[in-house]
Design a protein around this ligand. Structure first.
Ligand code: ATP
Ligand code: PRP
Length: 214
């Protein structure tokens, strides 16, 4: 890394579906991060002129990098923030990668004596059903969650809905929306104090870029 170490702002960017929207927003804010990174396996991007360094992280790991301070800030979905419950500051709602967390079932769902709920988000699901006063067994899956009620692993699932296409194509219905999701800018607590001016100025630029969109 070149330049003054103190001044470099380290950012954890999520690989996958958030990257494109987040990188568009950064470019609109005047930060020339590449549009695509998929054609390389490079996991770090340095922007010496902007004194910024980006790491390409698995989305679910972004709060961990930020909590440990190996990056100063990061971008992450509200779903991951709720599930991971890390000790970080949530600075800005970026309004990108919109979707919602919902309870989903087959159309003929009926309450059962030993209800089972499959999800990628066991903490979110457990907290939700606890608040509802419903005792359920939560089963953790890592993907293709919609399969669970279809093949009898669970009665219901807690999962994200964006367009609703996955539900429609698999004959499932949304029972309840638990919360809406967008991506957030988060910061390490120490970095927020030590690099406050840099982080604040980035927030201002991102907010201006967001305001210019509407
Ligand atoms: N349709 C959607 N389904 C899932 N997440 C979505 C959707 N639309 C927006 N998002 C947001 O994108 C984030 C990252 O999703 P993405 O699929 O890239 O990562 P992931 O779930 O970790 O995938 P993988 O495990 O395949 O790497 C989610 O945490 C959520 O905030
Ligand atoms: O409402 P839709 O627009 O259909 O989007 C929702 C789907 O997208 C996500 O799955 P993802 O693509 O991340 O795949 P996976 O979790 O099954 O790996 C989510 O878990 C839903 O299955």
């Amino acid at each position: 890394m070149s330049g003054n170490e103190e001044q470099v702002l380290k950012v954890a960017m999520p690989k996958g579906r958030i990257y494109k929207q987040a990188s568009n927003l950064f470019r609109e804010a005047g930060i020339p991060i590449p549009i695509e990174y998929e054609d390389t396996r490079k996991l770090m991007i340095e922007l010496p002129d902007a004194k910024m360094e980006f790491i390409m992280a698995k989305p679910v790991d972004v709060p961990t990098y930020v909590e440990y301070g190996v990056t100063d800030i990061g971008i992450v979905g509200k779903d991951v923030l709720m599930e991971e419950n890390k000790d970080v500051y949530e600075l800005l709602d970026l309004g990108i990668a919109k979707c919602r967390m919902s309870v989903i079932a087959l159309p003929d769902w009926k309450p059962s004596i030993h209800p089972r709920v499959a999800t990628k988000y066991p903490n979110v699901a457990s907290a939700y059903f606890r608040e509802q006063g419903q005792q359920v067994e939560v089963i953790k899956l890592n993907g293709s969650i919609e399969l669970a009620p279809m093949i009898g692993l669970a009665d219901r699932i807690v999962d994200m809905v964006e367009t609703g296409q996955t539900l429609r194509e698999n004959g499932l219905v949304e029972q309840t929306e638990i919360f809406s999701i967008t991506s957030r800018l988060i910061a390490n607590r120490v970095s927020y104090r030590m690099k406050n001016e840099r982080i604040q100025s980035l927030c201002d630029r991102l907010q201006e870029a967001l305001a210019a969109r509407v």
